[in-house]
Ligand binder design. Structure first.
Ligand code: FRU
Length: 483
């Protein structure tokens, strides 16, 4: 095996030499992006010493997926991120193929990372769980690694698909749930516990897929919101059903109850988390003021789009605050975004069967909040990232109660899935649409975040017009905040 011991130093030096790329003006303003090279999956989303830390899967040397390192960022508000030196590199025998996804906690003044160590050669491929402990800047992999191995799993469980540990601590015991493939070829979530982070024991399989929700499950997260427990998963190979689960790689949340005595997750209902074209591997953290905040990777594995001209690849979503009210999950952009508004315009207008634009409404870095009544409306369209050649659209069809995101005309040089739809019934005929566009990302929050649609558009950055088309009539209230 080639000498891998210096991989961290090598990666940090490479980053340092290529830092100038970090200031590419095409980078989104309020979204975490890859410093250089490639990023996927948020990792280790946590609070440490009063600041937020976010790591991600990182191929330092190229803008395509490769040997996985952990990139590292910190922030005071989850919107402006300071880039820190690479946190983990594949530099041990047990993670020589990569340091795959994982999570983090703050514990007795230390920052604990738990990740998947992967080995792969002609003879064998294995995924195991490992610990690294640090001070918010440098992390030391512990001697006992790998601390969780596949042979601790029930018989027949895959030793190859066994990854993405979510670590948490309760009543002085450390727990970790890990995604795994069961003997029927589909996902299962295994729970382990430890008193000292070094010695772990298998507790139970808390939930099994039984081939009912895709095949392998990736990136599990488990948390409590209101009185319910939530299991967030990224299932692979899900069969589309109606408007659900298109796009190849999916994201779901399962609402239910977690029995802490028997270590079982009792599932009550399953729903997609996001209905856009690009949203994967989300994970959450809890802020000090008690907000559960979720971040996802704005990209799709199977429907992957990139812009050849860029020397970096990978954008994370706007962090979203989660709330569970009246049996519904709401996701809203983190409230700190308001601190970045530079220019705000509000207008109200009655529109009757016409197209409407206002010379003050344009931008590629905006948070647009629209409210309208649908009593006499048939269809409402917002066009954005628009010029004479390109546009993307949000459409609401009243009779069908259907919301549509359409990037067919966004200038993508690839024949891929470009449209998603979601059923959206209205209460009292009121529609609320909030769209955040940050150069290449589009995040749509419908009816106060009850449904969300997140997608990429690599449209020429100069396409910045916004316009509206109304079939029928409505009172339109528009608030545009440019950041
Ligand atoms: C999800 C995923 C994880 C894995 C990582 C590798 O996107 O496939 O399951 O840990 O990416 O980069």
């Amino acid at each position: 095996m080639e000498n891998i011991e210096n991989n961290l130093k090598k990666a940090r030096e490479y980053e340092e030499r290529n830092r100038h790329i970090i200031n590419d003006e095409r980078k989104p303003l309020l979204h975490l992006t890859s410093p250089i090279g490639w990023i996927n999956d948020p990792n280790g989303f946590s609070t440490f010493k009063g600041e937020y830390h976010l790591f991600c899967q990182y191929h330092v040397y190229d803008k395509i997926w490769g040997p996985m390192h952990w990139a590292h960022f910190k922030s005071k508000d989850m919107l402006k991120w300071e880039h820190l030196p690479v946190a983990l590199a594949p530099d041990k025998e047990y993670d020589s193929f990569g340091c795959f996804s994982g999570t983090a906690i703050e514990d007795n003044g230390k920052h604990i990372l738990m990740y998947t160590g992967v080995i792969k050669d002609e003879e064998k491929e294995r995924q195991t769980q490992c610990i690294a402990i640090g001070d918010g800047l440098n992390y030391e992999k512990i001697e006992q690694n790998p601390v969780i191995k596949g042979d601790m799993l029930p018989k027949g469980s895959s030793l190859v698909d066994f990854r993405d540990p979510k670590i948490f601590k309760e009543d002085n015991i450390y727990y970790s749930i890990v995604a795994n493939r069961a003997d029927d070829g589909s996902g299962q979530i295994a729970l382990f516990s430890s008193e000292d982070l070094k010695k772990w024991e298998f507790k139970n399989i808390i939930l099994k897929c039984n081939n009912e929700l895709g095949r392998m499950w990736e990136c599990p997260d488990l948390f409590k919101l209101d009185d319910k427990y939530f299991l967030v998963l990224s299932p692979q190979e899900v069969e589309p059903q109606g408007f659900e689960y298109h796009g190849g790689n999916c994201n779901v949340f399962i609402v239910g109850n977690y029995d802490k005595e028997k270590f079982i997750f009792n599932k009550e209902k399953v729903e997609a988390l996001d209905y856009g074209l690009d949203f994967y591997a989300p994970q959450t953290t809890l802020t000090e003021d008690g907000r559960r905040v979720l971040v996802g990777w704005v990209q799709s594995w199977e429907n992957h789009i990139t812009l050849k001209e860029l020397s970096w690849s990978g954008i994370m979503s706007i962090p979203r605050e989660l709330e569970y009210k009246n049996d519904r999950l709401y996701q809203v952009p983190i409230r700190e975004i308001k601190n970045y508004y530079k220019n705000s315009i509000s207008l109200e207008k009655f529109i009757n069967n016409e197209s409407f634009e206002d010379e003050r409404l344009f931008s590629r870095t905006f948070d647009l909040n629209i409210n309208l009544d649908t009593d006499n409306l048939e269809e409402f369209t917002i066009n954005f990232a628009k010029n004479a050649k390109y546009n993307s659209k949000f459409i609401y069809k009243c009779k069908e109660e259907l919301a549509i995101f359409d990037r067919n005309n966004a200038g993508i040089r690839k024949d891929c899935l470009n449209e998603r739809k979601v059923k959206l019934a209205l209460v009292n005929n009121k529609l609320n649409v909030r769209i955040i566009v940050d150069k290449y990302t589009v995040e749509i929050f419908l009816n106060d975040g009850y449904k969300t649609m997140t997608s990429l558009i690599y449209t020429d950055i100069n396409a910045n017009q916004i316009s509206f088309d109304v079939k029928g009539s409505t009172n339109l209230s528009i608030e545009q905040n440019i950041f």
